[in-house]
Design a protein around this ligand. Structure first.
Ligand code: RB5
Length: 142
């Protein structure tokens, strides 16, 4: 189950992400927002972060205008590793090296075509399980 969250700045791109998930038969839980009316990104960043940290959802996708505010908010929740990505190399590396459990993107920064490739890369790249990466991830939580 993939947790989804966005603010008004990310709403249009999130519709494209939802289309992608449905076409690929992937289950999701949408924590909002549900319109382009102005709203506060921390509400949605934290809702998705809590769903991932509790184990209710395996991964999350967050979108705001830049991806910055919503990823900062999500990373306040213990156990969350939200990675702001604007390219596929970073999406692959953050799964392999950081075992990132939330992908954040900026809808005013990254076009829909690239964003969907980033989503695809993030969801389909496993964690490396390398000892050095496990050690470093554990240090994040210390
Ligand atoms: C909303 O205008 C904008 O500030 C928000 O989407 C995001 O970019 C914050 O980091």
């Amino acid at each position: 189950m993939i947790a989804l969250g966005c603010d008004h700045g990310g709403f249009a791109l999130m519709k494209e992400v939802i289309d992608y998930l449905e076409k690929n038969g992937l289950e999701y839980k949408n924590f909002g927002t549900y319109s382009e009316e102005s709203c506060d990104y921390p509400v949605y960043g934290k809702a998705v972060a809590n769903a991932v940290a509790s184990g209710e959802c395996e991964k999350g996708i967050l979108i705001c205008g830049t991806g910055i505010g919503i990823s900062i908010s999500a990373n306040k929740v213990k156990g969350v590793r939200a990675a702001l990505c604007g390219d596929c190399f970073s999406a692959q590396a953050t799964r392999e090296h950081n075992d990132a459990n939330i992908l954040a993107m900026g809808a005013r920064v990254t076009g829909a075509g690239l964003a969907l490739k980033i989503v695809d890369t993030f969801l389909n790249t496993p964690f490396s399980n390398d000892e050095r990466h496990i050690r470093r991830i554990n240090q994040i939580e210390d």
